[in-house]
Design a protein around this ligand. Structure first.
Ligand SMILES: C[S@@+](CC[C@H](N)C(=O)[O-])C[C@H]1O[C@@H](n2cnc3c(N)ncnc32)[C@H](O)[C@@H]1O
Length: 286
Protein backbone atom coordinates (compact mmCIF):
# COMPACT_ATOMS: atom_id res chain seq x y z
CA UNK A 1 0.00 0.00 0.00
CA UNK A 2 1.05 3.59 -0.51
CA UNK A 3 2.38 5.30 2.60
CA UNK A 4 2.58 9.08 2.94
CA UNK A 5 5.96 10.66 3.78
CA UNK A 6 4.72 11.33 7.31
CA UNK A 7 3.48 7.75 7.65
CA UNK A 8 6.79 6.44 6.35
CA UNK A 9 8.75 8.58 8.79
CA UNK A 10 6.62 7.38 11.70
CA UNK A 11 7.02 3.73 10.69
CA UNK A 12 10.78 4.11 10.25
CA UNK A 13 11.06 5.73 13.69
CA UNK A 14 8.99 2.93 15.25
CA UNK A 15 11.09 0.22 13.65
CA UNK A 16 14.33 1.96 14.54
CA UNK A 17 13.22 2.30 18.16
CA UNK A 18 12.54 -1.44 18.13
CA UNK A 19 16.15 -2.06 17.07
CA UNK A 20 15.72 -2.62 13.33
CA UNK A 21 19.03 -1.58 11.77
CA UNK A 22 17.67 -1.24 8.23
CA UNK A 23 14.50 0.53 9.31
CA UNK A 24 13.98 2.44 6.01
CA UNK A 25 14.23 -0.73 3.93
CA UNK A 26 12.01 -2.65 6.31
CA UNK A 27 9.38 0.10 6.33
CA UNK A 28 9.25 0.01 2.54
CA UNK A 29 9.01 -3.79 2.42
CA UNK A 30 6.30 -3.94 5.06
CA UNK A 31 4.29 -1.23 3.28
CA UNK A 32 4.61 -3.16 0.01
CA UNK A 33 3.44 -6.34 1.72
CA UNK A 34 0.36 -4.75 3.33
CA UNK A 35 -2.86 -4.20 1.40
CA UNK A 36 -4.55 -1.99 4.00
CA UNK A 37 -3.56 0.33 6.88
CA UNK A 38 -4.85 -2.32 9.29
CA UNK A 39 -2.58 -4.95 7.77
CA UNK A 40 0.38 -2.61 7.90
CA UNK A 41 -0.28 -1.85 11.55
CA UNK A 42 -0.41 -5.57 12.34
CA UNK A 43 2.84 -6.24 10.47
CA UNK A 44 4.58 -3.27 12.08
CA UNK A 45 3.48 -4.36 15.54
CA UNK A 46 4.74 -7.91 14.99
CA UNK A 47 8.05 -6.65 13.60
CA UNK A 48 8.50 -4.20 16.48
CA UNK A 49 7.85 -7.13 18.83
CA UNK A 50 10.78 -8.98 17.26
CA UNK A 51 9.36 -11.36 14.65
CA UNK A 52 11.81 -11.93 11.78
CA UNK A 53 11.09 -9.69 8.81
CA UNK A 54 11.25 -12.71 6.50
CA UNK A 55 8.48 -14.47 8.42
CA UNK A 56 6.28 -11.42 8.01
CA UNK A 57 7.05 -11.03 4.31
CA UNK A 58 6.79 -14.77 3.64
CA UNK A 59 10.05 -14.77 1.73
CA UNK A 60 13.80 -14.30 1.93
CA UNK A 61 16.26 -13.41 -0.80
CA UNK A 62 18.86 -16.16 -1.02
CA UNK A 63 21.44 -16.68 -3.78
CA UNK A 64 19.54 -14.16 -5.88
CA UNK A 65 16.30 -16.13 -5.55
CA UNK A 66 13.06 -15.34 -3.74
CA UNK A 67 12.62 -18.26 -1.35
CA UNK A 68 9.29 -18.74 0.42
CA UNK A 69 9.51 -19.08 4.20
CA UNK A 70 7.12 -18.53 7.06
CA UNK A 71 6.56 -18.45 10.80
CA UNK A 72 8.08 -21.29 12.78
CA UNK A 73 10.62 -22.21 10.10
CA UNK A 74 14.37 -21.48 10.01
CA UNK A 75 15.17 -18.44 7.86
CA UNK A 76 18.02 -19.26 5.42
CA UNK A 77 21.13 -17.22 6.18
CA UNK A 78 23.11 -15.34 3.54
CA UNK A 79 26.33 -17.08 4.66
CA UNK A 80 24.91 -20.40 3.47
CA UNK A 81 25.46 -19.20 -0.11
CA UNK A 82 29.04 -20.44 0.44
CA UNK A 83 27.73 -23.95 1.09
CA UNK A 84 25.62 -23.76 -2.08
CA UNK A 85 28.64 -22.61 -4.09
CA UNK A 86 30.70 -25.56 -2.85
CA UNK A 87 27.83 -27.96 -3.51
CA UNK A 88 27.48 -26.58 -7.04
CA UNK A 89 31.21 -27.14 -7.56
CA UNK A 90 30.89 -30.70 -6.31
CA UNK A 91 27.89 -31.26 -8.60
CA UNK A 92 29.80 -30.00 -11.64
CA UNK A 93 32.76 -32.21 -10.73
CA UNK A 94 30.44 -35.21 -10.39
CA UNK A 95 28.95 -34.48 -13.79
CA UNK A 96 32.41 -34.25 -15.36
CA UNK A 97 33.43 -37.51 -13.67
CA UNK A 98 30.32 -39.55 -14.43
CA UNK A 99 29.00 -37.93 -17.60
CA UNK A 100 25.45 -37.71 -16.20
CA UNK A 101 23.52 -35.08 -14.23
CA UNK A 102 24.25 -35.68 -10.55
CA UNK A 103 21.90 -36.95 -7.86
CA UNK A 104 21.68 -34.46 -5.00
CA UNK A 105 20.19 -34.60 -1.51
CA UNK A 106 19.49 -31.60 0.72
CA UNK A 107 19.43 -33.11 4.23
CA UNK A 108 17.85 -30.98 6.97
CA UNK A 109 16.38 -28.86 4.20
CA UNK A 110 14.20 -26.49 6.23
CA UNK A 111 12.35 -24.44 3.62
CA UNK A 112 14.53 -25.99 0.89
CA UNK A 113 16.62 -22.93 0.07
CA UNK A 114 19.88 -24.84 -0.35
CA UNK A 115 18.41 -27.45 -2.66
CA UNK A 116 16.56 -24.83 -4.68
CA UNK A 117 19.66 -22.68 -5.15
CA UNK A 118 21.71 -25.74 -6.07
CA UNK A 119 19.15 -26.82 -8.67
CA UNK A 120 19.09 -23.31 -10.12
CA UNK A 121 22.91 -23.34 -10.40
CA UNK A 122 23.51 -26.82 -11.83
CA UNK A 123 21.43 -29.29 -13.82
CA UNK A 124 20.61 -32.18 -11.49
CA UNK A 125 19.47 -35.67 -12.39
CA UNK A 126 17.47 -35.94 -9.17
CA UNK A 127 16.99 -33.71 -6.15
CA UNK A 128 15.66 -35.00 -2.84
CA UNK A 129 15.23 -33.00 0.35
CA UNK A 130 14.39 -34.14 3.88
CA UNK A 131 13.46 -32.52 7.15
CA UNK A 132 12.12 -33.89 10.40
CA UNK A 133 10.03 -30.79 11.17
CA UNK A 134 6.53 -31.04 9.66
CA UNK A 135 6.27 -27.23 9.71
CA UNK A 136 9.14 -26.94 7.24
CA UNK A 137 7.85 -29.42 4.68
CA UNK A 138 5.14 -27.32 2.95
CA UNK A 139 7.66 -24.51 2.49
CA UNK A 140 10.24 -26.92 1.12
CA UNK A 141 7.68 -28.31 -1.33
CA UNK A 142 6.74 -24.83 -2.43
CA UNK A 143 10.38 -23.98 -3.14
CA UNK A 144 11.44 -27.31 -4.63
CA UNK A 145 8.42 -28.26 -6.73
CA UNK A 146 9.35 -25.72 -9.44
CA UNK A 147 12.75 -27.40 -9.92
CA UNK A 148 11.43 -30.96 -9.76
CA UNK A 149 12.73 -31.67 -6.26
CA UNK A 150 11.05 -34.26 -4.04
CA UNK A 151 10.56 -33.50 -0.35
CA UNK A 152 10.47 -36.29 2.25
CA UNK A 153 9.48 -35.85 5.89
CA UNK A 154 11.42 -37.75 8.53
CA UNK A 155 14.63 -38.23 10.45
CA UNK A 156 17.75 -37.75 8.29
CA UNK A 157 18.32 -40.73 5.94
CA UNK A 158 15.28 -42.64 7.23
CA UNK A 159 13.16 -40.29 5.12
CA UNK A 160 14.98 -41.08 1.86
CA UNK A 161 13.88 -43.73 -0.64
CA UNK A 162 16.12 -46.79 -0.28
CA UNK A 163 16.89 -46.81 -4.00
CA UNK A 164 19.18 -43.80 -3.42
CA UNK A 165 21.63 -45.88 -1.36
CA UNK A 166 25.09 -45.64 -2.88
CA UNK A 167 23.83 -43.25 -5.60
CA UNK A 168 24.07 -39.77 -4.07
CA UNK A 169 26.70 -37.58 -5.72
CA UNK A 170 26.12 -34.46 -3.63
CA UNK A 171 24.85 -34.70 -0.05
CA UNK A 172 24.50 -31.19 1.30
CA UNK A 173 23.51 -30.61 4.92
CA UNK A 174 23.02 -27.31 6.66
CA UNK A 175 22.09 -29.10 9.87
CA UNK A 176 21.86 -27.58 13.37
CA UNK A 177 25.29 -26.71 14.78
CA UNK A 178 24.78 -24.29 17.66
CA UNK A 179 26.10 -25.77 20.93
CA UNK A 180 23.25 -26.05 23.41
CA UNK A 181 25.05 -23.74 25.83
CA UNK A 182 25.26 -21.01 23.18
CA UNK A 183 21.56 -20.99 22.30
CA UNK A 184 20.88 -18.32 24.92
CA UNK A 185 23.36 -16.03 23.18
CA UNK A 186 21.50 -16.07 19.86
CA UNK A 187 19.59 -12.94 18.84
CA UNK A 188 15.94 -12.98 19.95
CA UNK A 189 14.75 -13.35 16.35
CA UNK A 190 16.38 -16.78 16.22
CA UNK A 191 15.94 -17.75 19.87
CA UNK A 192 12.26 -16.90 20.08
CA UNK A 193 11.00 -17.34 16.54
CA UNK A 194 12.92 -20.24 15.01
CA UNK A 195 12.42 -23.81 16.22
CA UNK A 196 15.04 -25.02 18.70
CA UNK A 197 15.33 -28.19 16.63
CA UNK A 198 16.69 -26.11 13.76
CA UNK A 199 19.47 -24.63 15.88
CA UNK A 200 20.38 -26.91 18.79
CA UNK A 201 23.29 -29.16 17.89
CA UNK A 202 23.90 -30.64 21.35
CA UNK A 203 26.88 -30.19 23.67
CA UNK A 204 29.47 -29.26 21.04
CA UNK A 205 26.95 -28.47 18.30
CA UNK A 206 27.81 -31.51 16.21
CA UNK A 207 25.33 -34.17 17.38
CA UNK A 208 23.32 -34.19 14.14
CA UNK A 209 26.49 -33.90 12.06
CA UNK A 210 27.90 -37.04 13.70
CA UNK A 211 24.79 -38.95 12.68
CA UNK A 212 24.95 -37.52 9.17
CA UNK A 213 28.62 -38.49 8.86
CA UNK A 214 27.99 -42.01 10.14
CA UNK A 215 25.30 -42.61 7.54
CA UNK A 216 26.91 -40.83 4.61
CA UNK A 217 29.17 -43.61 3.25
CA UNK A 218 26.15 -45.84 2.73
CA UNK A 219 24.29 -43.24 0.68
CA UNK A 220 27.10 -41.58 -1.26
CA UNK A 221 28.06 -42.80 -4.71
CA UNK A 222 31.75 -43.58 -5.26
CA UNK A 223 33.41 -40.15 -5.30
CA UNK A 224 30.26 -38.58 -3.85
CA UNK A 225 30.66 -35.65 -1.48
CA UNK A 226 29.04 -34.69 1.82
CA UNK A 227 29.08 -30.91 2.42
CA UNK A 228 28.27 -29.24 5.73
CA UNK A 229 28.33 -25.74 7.21
CA UNK A 230 29.73 -25.37 10.73
CA UNK A 231 31.57 -22.85 12.88
CA UNK A 232 35.26 -22.48 12.14
CA UNK A 233 36.21 -23.83 15.56
CA UNK A 234 34.02 -26.91 15.00
CA UNK A 235 35.60 -27.75 11.66
CA UNK A 236 38.59 -29.78 12.95
CA UNK A 237 36.25 -31.88 15.09
CA UNK A 238 33.90 -32.51 12.18
CA UNK A 239 36.83 -33.31 9.88
CA UNK A 240 37.98 -35.94 12.38
CA UNK A 241 34.43 -37.31 12.57
CA UNK A 242 34.33 -37.59 8.77
CA UNK A 243 37.68 -39.38 8.74
CA UNK A 244 36.42 -41.91 11.29
CA UNK A 245 33.33 -42.43 9.14
CA UNK A 246 35.61 -43.36 6.22
CA UNK A 247 35.29 -40.11 4.27
CA UNK A 248 38.16 -37.93 3.10
CA UNK A 249 37.68 -34.49 4.72
CA UNK A 250 38.53 -31.04 3.43
CA UNK A 251 38.05 -27.91 5.52
CA UNK A 252 37.58 -24.90 3.28
CA UNK A 253 38.70 -21.37 4.17
CA UNK A 254 36.29 -19.73 6.61
CA UNK A 255 33.81 -17.05 5.70
CA UNK A 256 34.09 -13.60 7.28
CA UNK A 257 31.46 -14.49 9.88
CA UNK A 258 33.50 -17.41 11.23
CA UNK A 259 31.55 -20.23 9.59
CA UNK A 260 33.11 -22.65 7.18
CA UNK A 261 32.28 -25.50 4.84
CA UNK A 262 33.64 -28.97 5.56
CA UNK A 263 33.40 -31.64 2.89
CA UNK A 264 33.89 -35.38 3.06
CA UNK A 265 34.40 -37.48 -0.04
CA UNK A 266 33.53 -41.15 -0.11
CA UNK A 267 36.80 -43.03 0.10
CA UNK A 268 38.13 -44.03 -3.27
CA UNK A 269 36.88 -40.89 -4.99
CA UNK A 270 39.00 -37.84 -5.78
CA UNK A 271 39.20 -34.82 -3.48
CA UNK A 272 36.22 -32.67 -4.51
CA UNK A 273 36.77 -29.84 -6.93
CA UNK A 274 34.26 -27.61 -5.22
CA UNK A 275 35.66 -24.21 -6.06
CA UNK A 276 38.66 -22.09 -6.91
CA UNK A 277 39.92 -21.62 -3.34
CA UNK A 278 42.78 -23.62 -1.86
CA UNK A 279 41.66 -25.75 1.09
CA UNK A 280 43.31 -24.84 4.37
CA UNK A 281 43.43 -28.42 5.65
CA UNK A 282 43.24 -31.77 3.95
CA UNK A 283 43.11 -33.96 7.01
CA UNK A 284 41.28 -34.22 10.28
CA UNK A 285 43.84 -32.35 12.38
CA UNK A 286 42.93 -29.08 14.00
C1 LIG B 1 19.87 -24.75 10.58
S1 LIG B 1 18.33 -25.30 9.93
C2 LIG B 1 18.76 -25.22 8.20
C3 LIG B 1 17.62 -25.36 7.25
C4 LIG B 1 18.04 -25.23 5.78
N1 LIG B 1 19.02 -26.24 5.44
C5 LIG B 1 18.57 -23.85 5.50
O1 LIG B 1 19.79 -23.67 5.36
O2 LIG B 1 17.75 -22.92 5.43
C6 LIG B 1 18.41 -27.03 10.30
C7 LIG B 1 17.23 -27.87 9.85
O3 LIG B 1 17.52 -29.22 10.24
C8 LIG B 1 16.31 -29.86 10.57
N2 LIG B 1 16.62 -31.04 11.37
C9 LIG B 1 17.10 -31.08 12.63
N3 LIG B 1 17.27 -32.36 13.02
C10 LIG B 1 16.89 -33.14 11.97
C11 LIG B 1 16.83 -34.55 11.77
N4 LIG B 1 17.21 -35.41 12.72
N5 LIG B 1 16.38 -35.01 10.58
C12 LIG B 1 16.00 -34.13 9.60
N6 LIG B 1 16.03 -32.79 9.75
C13 LIG B 1 16.47 -32.30 10.92
C14 LIG B 1 15.53 -28.78 11.29
O4 LIG B 1 14.16 -29.07 11.33
C15 LIG B 1 15.89 -27.54 10.45
O5 LIG B 1 14.94 -27.33 9.43
Amino acid sequence: MHLSPAGTAALVARLRAAGCVFAEDEARLLAEAAATPGELEALAARRAAGEPLEHLLGAVEFCGLRIAVGAGVFVPRQRTAALVARAAGAARAARARTGRPPVAVDLCCGCGAVGRALAEAVELGELHATDVDPAALPWARRNLDPVGGTVHGGDLYAALPGRLRGRVDVLVANAPYVPTGALALLPPEARLHEPAGALDGGDDGLDVHRRIAAGAPGWLAPGGVLLAEVGEEQAPVLAAVLTRAGLRPVTWPPEEDGTTVVTGTRTGGPVPDTGPLVPVRRDGRG
